[in-house]
Design a protein around this ligand. Structure first.
Ligand SMILES: NC(=O)c1ccc[n+]([C@@H]2O[C@H](COP(=O)([O-])OP(=O)(O)OC[C@H]3O[C@@H](n4cnc5c(N)ncnc54)[C@H](OP(=O)(O)O)[C@@H]3O)[C@@H](O)[C@H]2O)c1
Length: 309
């Protein structure tokens, strides 16, 4: 069977996508490809200047691209609510939500405006809240999809339910691994709840393998350790363009299904063409999914009334 490439993406004319963290790396490439096949794409970025620069680049590449920039700081639940309220007030149906924005391995424990550990708060809780608030717009659309971006790093992760916010001990790598495991556990639990209700919307999870982006400098800074880490990553990583392919496959392929997890087909899923891959066993545990869901509702104050029985 031939390998999947973005050339196989079905036309997306008339479909609306929101991509978080779309000004850089995987999110930027995902937005660029989706707009190329006709989707209207909202670049949801915390920094409007960076968002505008990304929009300008996409339009330069494809003058017909329909791209909008909106401010969203996914680490700040007030910003998430403002973004969702404004979007819902426009009464636009939503076809694709790509939960991509992320930070990695912040050296010292930092907290979000609501006091959550920054990696758990940004990578998981912000996207949990965003998805819940936007759900009414997704549920209205046939074949709408939520794609949540996880990582190979989830395999080393553990959901530390007694201390999810690392108040009793912080390890930069462990906090990242936990947040990426939470992305998977959430994406799979969302799929179970949508399926039980035979909803229009599917939840899929994707990871980019290892890709050259700003993730190291964004999280670790630009000191010697970060520069060494970036150099090591660039030796074996794929481009940000190729890193976006599993997200694009999950977002658009008729062969991708709710609850599916997609990543590169190469050795250790580091690089290659998108295929369905296996999450670690613990991510599939419905009890962990239910527990994380209930805790996330309590922490964020966002309830998924349509999906809670
Ligand atoms: N690159 C890899 O090898 C790799 C591997 C596995 C998984 N991933 C995942 O891929 C996703 C994208 O990362 P990337 O590699 O493309 O890194 P990146 O180049 O650093 O892009 C991350 C994006 O997220 C945005 N972001 C960070 N915090 C945000 C916040 N609070 N609110 C809104 N946007 C925020 C960044 O905005 P600013 O530009 O304003 O900082 C940037 O646009 C992440 O979820 C990451 O965990 C990446």
């Amino acid at each position: 069977m031939s390998k999947w490439t973005p050339r196989q993406m079905p036309p997306q004319q008339g479909r609306l996508a929101i991509v978080t963290g779309a000004n850089s790396g995987i999110g930027y490439q995902t937005a660029r490809y989706l707009s190329r096949v006709g989707a209207t794409v909202i670049l949801a970025c915390r920094n409007p200047q960076k968002g505008e620069a990304a929009r300008a680049k996409i339009v330069l590449d494809n003058p017909a691209a329909k791209v909008e920039v909106r401010v969203l700081d996914v680490a700040d639940l007030d910003s998430v609510r403002r973004f969702a309220t404004e979007f819902l007030s426009e009464n636009r149906p939503l076809d694709l939500l790509i939960n991509n924005a992320g930070v990695m391995a912040i050296p010292e424990r930092r907290t979000t405006p609501q006091g959550f550990e920054m990696q758990f708060g940004t990578n998981h809780l912000g996207h949990f809240a965003l998805t819940g608030l936007l759900l009414p717009a997704l549920l209205r659309q046939p074949n709408s999809r939520v794609v949540t971006v996880a990582s190979i790093a989830h395999k080393g992760g553990k959901l530390n339910f007694d201390d999810l916010n690392a108040e009793r001990g912080y390890d930069p790598r462990g906090a990242y691994q936990q947040s990426k495991l939470a992305n998977l556990v959430f994406g799979l639990e969302l799929d179970r709840r949508l399926r039980t209700r035979s909803a229009n919307t599917s939840s899929l999870i994707a990871h980019p393998g290892v890709a050259v982006t700003n993730i190291v400098s964004n999280g670790m800074g630009t000191g010697l350790k970060a520069r060494v880490a970036s150099a090591v990553v660039s030796l074996f990583a794929q481009s940000d363009d190729r890193g976006a392919w599993p997200l694009l496959y999950a977002a658009t392929s008729p062969d991708a299904h709710g609850g599916g997890y997609y990543g590169p087909d190469g050795i250790a899923e580091v690089k290659g063409s998108p295929v369905e891959v296996k999450p670690k066993q613990h991510a599939l545990d419905p009890a962990a999914g239910k527990k994380l869901w209930e805790i996330s509702e309590t922490l964020t104050g966002v309830r998924y009334d349509a999906l809670n029985s």
